[in-house]
Ligand binder design. Structure first.
Ligand code: HAM
Length: 542
């Protein structure tokens, strides 16, 4: 027996009944998003690696060590091999003619060398494998049978297969089964593309905003998404390598009001509503301003100066960050570095007037709307694109991974990935963590009984299976949820199965079928009732 395969570490299967909870959360999110006039966007699960390197930032933990990245498109470049072969032999030495490819994906040239009295059918491939050699041999045989197609004179017709070889000096033509195999030095690959499974969705949304010129509408774009994200983090409770996010972005040209602090406050107010609707209580909103790009540059200088005397005692990552991007020192998780980090200046002292005024606009609107928050001047988020407002909602019940959602403003992200000026603000919530929070809450208030279907139909004997399917179809089309039993079950087994799955059982025997009067038992009350078939749907609904 083969080794049993399991879901990869950090990934997991979500099964019923838990998925019902996931669906409830997603449905609540879609409901609230619609009320705030957001539309859904679905972007691809993988993107060009450069999008995240430039968008999220090379120095962030996410980009520097947590991405699932691979090279794609290392495809064989046949034309490059043909061109190199032509160059190697000199065009003048033969007359050449492209012939109909004898097999899909193979190009053949008919080349006549007058002085040698030879015509060659030349093919180009990655390897001299059996199927290619056979295709070439077939083409040669065919040419020998009708030589006039290729040559005006009496000439020998033979085959030559040209393949690449990465080994220098390995360019000799060698004969193999009557066919010359010539190795041409080089790899002849089309340039490849580096791809990455998305570690987050904001960069993808902004890429789509640019690609589809959504800014040209002159309107604010309000987009939400629900989908998996991928980070190669060390798995633990609440932290997975494939996890789900529900997120939203508000983005547009400045003329559409995309920079207004009211947008920030509205997004935060929506989040408070969303968490309430999902039944999540006891959250804390932590709020900070991480300033404009200019403020950030000033803060980085301040940090660099503050780090100079102490960085020698910090971890190697911090020593590198102190030079490349000092702000990221604040992300350091090494316990020994924490006392030093606690003494570093906060960004509050580096904020310019505009940033201070913008932040005041956000907080006064939140105060007016009655959304509670805590200011945390040490909150810097793990992604480089943030400017001005940055926030996190945390929940006490989650332990170490206590952030249920995070977000903020990213006024320069569009330009960083080659787009027009398009300030924006958004957030993403970890669906896995929301579920954990809700499960903890539910187990505190006596777990609810699992959802049961409206009815279980029990055919008494296999001859009644077809009639039972017909009855189930009628009821399901009438909007009822129905579980269908099996006539091979004894009545006792049917009752046991029905009691687990449904609120009521409908017995379908020969008598019931002919009389049109069905026997229904209600598991909650124990009552057994005779119900005419025409009234059955109505009876089961109540
Ligand atoms: P983030 O803080 O990296 O922000 O992730 C947002 C949320 O995703 C976290 O608060 C957490 O709940 C969840 N999350 C992150 N990593 C994991 C993981 N490994 N396992 C389980 N849950 C996780 C962003 O992704 C930004 N794109 C948010 C944003 C949108 N900012 C502006 N717009």
């Amino acid at each position: 027996m083969g080794q049993t395969l399991k879901a990869v570490r950090g990934t997991r299967d979500l099964l019923p009944p838990e998925t019902a909870l996931w669906n409830r959360i997603e449905a609540a999110a879609r409901r609230v998003f619609a009320r705030y006039n957001f539309g859904e966007i679905r972007t691809p699960i993988f993107e060009d690696t450069g999008l995240f390197a430039r968008g999220v930032g090379e120095e962030t933990d996410i980009v520097s060590k947590e991405m699932f990245t691979w090279e794609d498109g290392e495809r064989f470049d046949r034309q490059a091999l043909i061109d190199a072969w032509r160059r190697a032999h000199g065009r003048e030495s033969f007359e050449e003619e492209e012939i109909h490819s004898p097999r899909e994906g193979l190009t053949a040239l008919a080349c006549s060398y007058d002085e040698l009295h030879i015509t060659e059918i030349v093919m180009f491939s990655t390897r001299a494998d059996g199927s290619v050699l056979k295709a070439l041999a077939d083409a040669v045989t065919k040419a020998q049978e009708s030589p006039r197609q290729f040559t005006r004179y009496e000439k020998t017709i033979r085959g030559r297969l040209v393949i690449p070889s990465p080994v220098p000096g390995d360019s000799e033509a060698a004969a193999e089964g009557g066919i010359l195999v010539e190795k041409l030095q080089g790899t002849f690959h089309k340039s490849s593309q580096s791809l990455t499974l998305r570690p987050e969705n904001t960069a993808g949304v902004v890429r789509a905003y640019i690609e589809h010129k959504l800014g040209e509408t002159g309107q604010l774009q309000k987009l939400y998404y629900i989908g998996p994200q991928f980070r190669r983090e060390r798995p633990q409770k609440g932290r997975y390598r494939q996890f789900w996010q529900i997120g939203a972005e508000v983005i547009g040209p400045p003329s559409a009001g995309s920079e207004s602090p009211l947008r920030d406050a509205e997004v935060l107010e929506m989040l408070a509503t969303l968490l309430d609707e999902m039944g999540i209580t006891g959250w804390t909103l932590e709020l900070n301003s991480v300033g404009s790009a200019a403020d950030r540059a000033r803060y980085n200088d301040t940090l660099r100066a503050a780090l100079e005397p102490v960085v020698g005692r910090m971890c190697v990552d911090c020593q590198r960050r102190a030079v490349t991007n000092p702000l990221r020192v604040l992300d350091c998780k090494v316990p020994e570095d924490q006392p030093i980090i606690a003494t570093l200046p906060t960004i509050a002292g580096s904020l310019g007037e505009d940033s201070i005024a913008h932040f005041a606009g956000v907080t006064s609107a939140l105060d007016a709307a009655g959304v509670p928050y805590t200011r945390n001047p040490r909150l810097v988020r793990g992604l480089d694109y943030y400017t001005r407002t940055a926030f996190e909602f945390t929940h006490g019940g989650l332990g170490a991974q206590n952030a249920i959602l995070g977000g903020g403003r990213y006024d320069g992200l569009s330009e960083a990935i080659g787009g027009p000026k398009a300030p924006g603000i958004g957030f993403a919530m970890g669906l896995d963590r929301l579920v954990l929070t809700l499960q903890a809450a539910e187990s505190n208030q006596n777990a609810k009984p699992a959802d049961r279907v409206d009815a279980y139909i029990a055919p008494l004997g296999e001859s009644l299976n077809a009639a039972a399917l017909k009855l189930a179809r009628e009821l399901r089309r009438g909007g009822l949820s129905v579980e269908l039993g099996d006539g091979s079950f004894r009545l006792k087994k049917s009752f046991e199965a029905a009691d687990k799955a449904a609120r009521k059982i409908v017995i379908l025997g020969e008598d019931e079928l002919s009389s049109g009067i069905l026997t229904v038992k209600d598991f909650a009350t124990g009552a057994q009732t005779k119900v005419p078939r025409v009234e059955l749907a109505e009876f089961l609904k109540n």
